[in-house]
Design a binder for this molecule. Structure first.
Ligand code: G6P
Length: 440
């Protein structure tokens, strides 16, 4: 029986993760579930609704919602962290400030990603420290964004901590690939993949019998990207921005038809196109504020008012089952093969040993054991080297309080067309983030 704290309890992802945990109790029993957030007001609505859900579905679980680190992090085996430092107000700036300069506005890629990264590091490290102070044997399953910069910061600042950095994006793509070939879920596939977070390539996809599924998936992606409309399986709830992203994968794919790309590569390979279709006054942050934020808070208020979750429209976060898989792998030493961000350390043989790469690992009670990838081709290596340097410079800028290094990171990013623009953008983002960044 496990005890868990969800850090970032006020996130609108929390209810779907709670529902997913409740749905998996046979696999992963829970005795105590806590929500921790440093914004108790935001968390309280989510927490009250979660409390009602838990009372109805699993009354044996002790439920706690708190803004006290001691109460939140004492007596836990797992910290599930999905924090958003600066909330949507700052995400909006991450997206809108770069667009003023015709540079992509995105929360994990490019200048917006770096801005968010410099805000997140402190929050993530704080949570690691709370965990180590109050539950030194616990594991932190971290899926806070921007995951690549956060992972590099963990490597650099807390190298010995029990933290696993993982991302849901490949999970979503694998579910899409399974649908493309008529299989039930990603669990029916076995894949090979390498890269950085939001920056990688599938090199092999097989079914469980070892049949090669790459030809069928590649011919689909070449025509439709990851968009499932052609087979009538696109979710009715997919937002227009995601549909565009799935479509764009067909152009990214053209650059290396031997592999299947992560959709986020579009920001690095087609930045002009992304700027062209963006609405600088209404970005993804606005879409989420008007969509998921209103929907989830509205439904939580509904549950609180009615005093029951019967008939709720809140859904189980099915794609989030990787978090349970990861927790099970650590608890029960399953050695499940999962994509984790780990220090390269020779796994990609012709790549920086200290880079945080996203590669398949076997996960057991001692953590993640990376599998060997071997050498990667020049195209991917070149892109990844540039991007790793950007991420490392961003983290160094944070630890050293160095504006110079952040200027270099901006100038080096493939998403920013020149150092002159990098400089202006940097000055504006320093101002926008003055309440969050260290003094540069
Ligand atoms: C994907 C990515 C996450 C990211 C999310 C953004 O799932 O892997 O890293 O947080 O998309 O989604 P949103 O709906 O907030 O734009």
């Amino acid at each position: 029986q496990h005890s868990i704290v969800i850090a970032g309890g006020g996130s609108t992802y929390t209810p779907e993760i709670v529902l997913m945990l409740l749905d998996n109790l046979d696999k992963f029993p829970i005795r105590q579930l806590k929500l921790y957030d440093n914004d108790p007001e935001r968390q309280s609505i989510i927490a009250k609704a979660c409390e009602i859900i838990i009372k109805e579905q699993a009354p044996h679980i002790e439920f706690v919602a708190t803004d006290s680190p001691e109460a939140g992090f004492t007596d836990v085996d797992f910290v599930m962290a999905h924090i958003r430092v600066g909330k949507y107000e700052m995400r909006e700036k991450d997206e809108k400030v770069p667009l003023k300069y015709n540079v992509i506005g995105q929360e994990t890629c490019g200048p917006g990603g770096m801005a968010y990264g410099l805000r997140s590091i402190k929050g993530v490290v704080e949570i690691i420290d709370y965990m180590e102070m109050y539950s030194p044997n616990a594991w932190m399953l971290n899926y806070s964004n921007p995951a690549s910069i956060v992972a590099e910061a963990c490597r650099k600042l807390r190298p010995d901590s029990k933290v696993l950095n993982i991302c849901d994006h490949p999970i979503g793509l694998e579910d899409r690939m399974a649908k493309i070939v008529g299989l039930e879920s990603r669990k029916d596939l076995s894949i090979r993949y390498y890269g950085l977070n939001h920056f990688g390539w599938y090199t092999d996809v097989q079914d469980k019998n070892g049949n090669d599924l790459m030809p069928q998936i590649k011919s689909y992606i070449g025509e439709n990207g990851f968009n499932l409309n052609a087979i009538g399986k696109e979710s009715r709830n997919s937002d227009p921005s995601w549909i565009h992203t799935y479509d764009m994968a067909k152009f990214v794919y053209e650059l290396d038809p031997d592999t299947i790309p992560n959709t986020y590569l579009k920001y690095y390979l087609f930045p002009n196109k992304e700027v062209e279709i963006a609405d600088a006054n209404y970005t993804r942050a606005n879409e989420v504020i008007d969509g998921r934020e209103k929907r989830v808070f509205g439904e939580c208020r509904n549950i609180i008012e009615k005093g029951t979750s019967k008939g709720t429209t809140l859904e189980i976060g099915a794609h989030a089952t990787y978090i349970v898989d990861l927790a099970c792998a650590l608890s029960y030493n399953t050695h499940e093969r999962m994509l984790i961000m780990v220090e390269n350390n020779g796994a990609i043989s012709n790549f920086d040993a200290t880079a945080m790469v996203e590669i398949p690992c076997l996960v057991g009670s001692k953590g993640a054991e990376p599998l060997s990838i071997g050498p990667i081709p020049t195209f991917q290596k070149g892109l990844m080297e540039q991007q790793v340097a950007v991420e490392k410079l961003a983290v160094e800028a944070y630890t050293e309080g160095s504006k110079q290094k952040l200027y270099q990171a901006f100038a080096l990013s493939k998403t920013i067309p020149g150092a002159d623009i990098a400089k202006k953008l940097l000055d504006e983002l320093i101002e926008a983030n003055k309440d969050y960044w260290p003094t540069l």
